[in-house]
Design a protein around this ligand. Structure first.
Ligand code: WTA
Length: 664
């Protein structure tokens, strides 16, 4: 048979196959290879989670695994004390001091990459922690980190953790306004930023955006630390009196050490703002003991991380995936975490494959949006490189369709790596639903069963479990250590957003409390879960979570706009794209000028990721008789689907007008 014939046959076989067994060579060495863990964890819940806590070093042992006396304010490992930075650094020094903790690959190819051994990382984290302490940062002060993908970001995170100061990382791609909103919400008085970073060959200014953001902060910001990512020549900005050069601070504290501050298990490790149904981002609070245990345990059980690995997660640390699976999980386990500054298509579309080849990467954890792009670019790019060091592949952020899954499995994993499709959220802290790679059959398109000890049920609107084959709402019926503890300074919203839907909120009985992540899902006969997507007004653009209300309020803020509705429409590469329907104010013209101002308005308020794919002008929005905007209908229009029943519309004629415009 010719190579080509063989390829065709292989494609045909893969296309038909809907279940894949874990590769034998993988199973033989897997961290978890025994199916009995599911039963064991169920029987021993919640004590099973001692196994996660046991992955960490505690300076004070905990008294209780789970305190569920005040639901839904669950507490884990109460009475225990530990420090996250000591767990990610100090305890590895004896055995792994000379091993790389972080391999950093900058985007420019003519620049040296950087390796930080555990020893070196420990040293710089200590120096920077000493510098922060001198600036006045103390326990429980929220430090905002508005930084690109440079090693100083994990260093700053760990320095904060060392001091017991929660960090709030703001994605560098977010706008100045988004920075100000988050600093204001947290009353954060300290900021670490950078002067810029590289994107597709260009040096981008980040300092100016930072300064604009600071202008919008409603309280005094005592200190700002600026990392000079672009080199002296490009620094180009005189620093204000409360602004400090990162390198200078670290040099001033050369060799300084800071004792890791003992934190209570329930003390906040960090805050992460994420999008929800309303226009205001939610400050998700994660704790030191539960979160870190969860990040470490899932890294070990699902990503199969071992100390000698070179593990590569291509997410940005500005999102939860980077927190849990570039920084905290891998470093807690003492492995080598590879971080890459740039995009996968610079200088060419084989950049990730080049990196994997160069560093002998053992696991790749990426997102469906990236996999769809790789697939579109073609297998010639991975084919150029030796990817045989890979042992496991992972995906996160949105549903992955079977075709993309199989492409990843075949062209990246060479059919020798299990693929874990991991469902979780900012709020869950880490993975919740996915196959254990050494144990479970994989079914492309379905994330898998819930992890051992995780109680997920798909329910109908009344909260009753649905039959296999039916769609319903994903719920989590029992608490877990990695869960958010509350929304920062807003316990009420925490209860409303995540618990009220399916819980008896008057009850003190923990079993009456059900967590609702606002995702739809389907169950099959084997208990595998296919996640269908959000059921709230959140859209998922390239795996990035955006609130339609946030985007709408940005658009309504543009001069000439009277009303706006934003929905997600299907998109080949991004998964979903932003569609904006806009009504203009009297006296303003619908047209290119306004369209451009709307796009700019969204970029200013949130960032380029939220840029509308289409802006559709309409004299009216389709509304129900009670005056609610019919988003479902707008989604159908965006997706070019039939309009179904419009009879309950107050203004059915408007639909055709809108559709006409989208088609044009
Ligand atoms: C979606 C990212 C399908 C889901 C870690 C969830 C997924 C939201 C998957 C959380 C997956 C994440 N399959 N959908 N494997 N993983 N999602 O907070 O809608 O940025 O609620 O956390 O992404 O997004 P977040």
């Amino acid at each position: 048979m010719s190579d080509k014939d063989e390829d065709v046959q292989l494609e045909a076989r893969l296309a038909e196959q809907d279940a894949f067994e874990p590769p034998e060579a993988f199973v033989e060495q897997a961290n978890v290879a025994d199916e009995s863990i599911y039963e064991e964890f169920e029987a021993e819940w919640p004590d099973c989670w001692e196994q996660a806590a046991a992955l960490l070093d505690w300076t004070e042992g905990y008294d209780q695994v789970l305190d569920d006396s005040n639901p839904p304010f669950f507490e884990w490992f109460t009475g225990g004390e530990l420090n996250a930075s000591a767990n990610c650094l100090d305890r590895h020094l004896d055995e792994r001091g000379d091993e790389p903790a972080i391999e950093w690959v900058g985007e420019p190819t003519d620049e040296a990459n950087r390796t930080y051994t555990y020893e070196e990382l420990h040293r710089e984290v200590n120096e920077f922690a000493a510098a922060l302490r001198e600036l006045g940062v103390g326990e429980d002060d929220v430090v905002t980190l508005y930084m690109p993908m440079i090693p100083e970001l994990p260093i700053a995170m760990l320095a904060c953790a060392r001091l017991g100061a929660p960090h709030s990382v703001v994605f560098a791609g977010f706008s100045a306004d988004a920075l100000a909103t988050r600093m204001n919400a947290a009353d954060s008085e300290y900021l670490v930023t950078a002067n810029g970073y590289y994107r597709r060959g260009d040096a981008l200014d980040h300092y100016e955006k930072t300064s604009e953001g600071l202008a919008g902060v409603d309280h005094e910001v005592s200190d700002v630390v600026v990392v000079d990512r672009l080199g002296d020549d490009d620094h180009g900005h005189a620093l204000d009196s409360n602004e400090h050069d990162y390198d200078g601070l670290v040099a001033d504290h050369d060799g300084a050490t800071v004792d890791p501050v003992a934190r209570d298990a329930e003390d906040m490790l960090f805050l992460m703002y994420t999008s929800g149904t309303t226009g205001k981002p939610k400050g998700v609070k994660h704790t030191t003991g539960g979160y870190l245990s969860w990040a470490a345990w899932t890294s070990q059980a699902v990503l199969d991380v071992k100390p000698d690995d070179t593990y590569f997660c291509s997410a940005d640390i500005g999102w939860i995936t980077g927190h849990s699976y570039i920084v905290y999980g891998p470093l807690a386990l003492g492995t080598t975490s590879l971080m890459y500054e740039g995009t996968p298509d610079h200088p060419d579309r084989d950049r990730l494959w080049q990196i994997i080849d160069d560093y002998d990467v053992t696991q790749l954890y990426t997102a469906p949006t990236a996999i769809r792009a790789f697939m579109k670019w073609g297998e010639q790019y991975p084919d150029r490189h030796d990817l045989s060091s890979l042992r496991l592949l992972g995906t996160v952020g949105e549903p992955i369709n079977p075709r993309a899954w199989k492409w990843y499995y075949k062209h990246v994993g060479d059919e020798e790596c299990p693929v874990v499709d991991t469902w979780w959220q900012t709020e869950t802290g880490g993975m919740m639903v996915t196959t254990l790679p050494g144990v479970k059959t994989m079914k492309p398109g379905s994330a898998g069963p819930a992890l051992p000890g995780v109680d997920v049920q798909i329910v109908d609107a009344a909260g009753e479990a649905v039959e296999p084959g039916q769609a319903g709402y994903l719920t989590v019926q029992k608490p877990w250590p990695g869960m958010l503890r509350t929304l920062y300074r807003n316990d009420e919203r925490y209860v409303d957003e995540y618990w009220a839907e399916y819980s008896d909120t008057d009850s003190d009985d923990p079993s009456d409390w059900v967590y609702f992540p606002e995702d739809g899902a389907k169950l099959d006969d084997d208990g595998y879960i296919t996640v269908l997507g959000r059921v709230d007004d959140v859209i998922n653009v390239s795996g990035h979570r955006l609130g339609t209300m946030e985007i709408e309020s940005a658009i309504v803020g543009v001069e000439g706009v009277a009303e706006a509705a934003v929905v997600g429409g299907d998109h080949d590469l991004k998964g979903e794209a932003v569609y904006a329907y806009v009504i203009t104010e009297d006296g303003y013209e619908e047209g290119e000028d306004l369209r451009e101002r709307i796009v700019a308005g969204v970029e200013d308020a949130i960032g380029p990721i939220a840029r509308p794919e289409q802006v559709v002008f309409t004299p009216e929005l389709p509304k129900t008789r009670s005056g609610k905007i019919m988003r479902r209908l707008l989604e159908d229009i965006a997706n070019g689907e039939g309009l179904g029943n419009t009879s309950t519309l107050r203004n059915p004629e408007v639909v055709e007008d809108i559709q006409q415009q989208v088609d044009d």
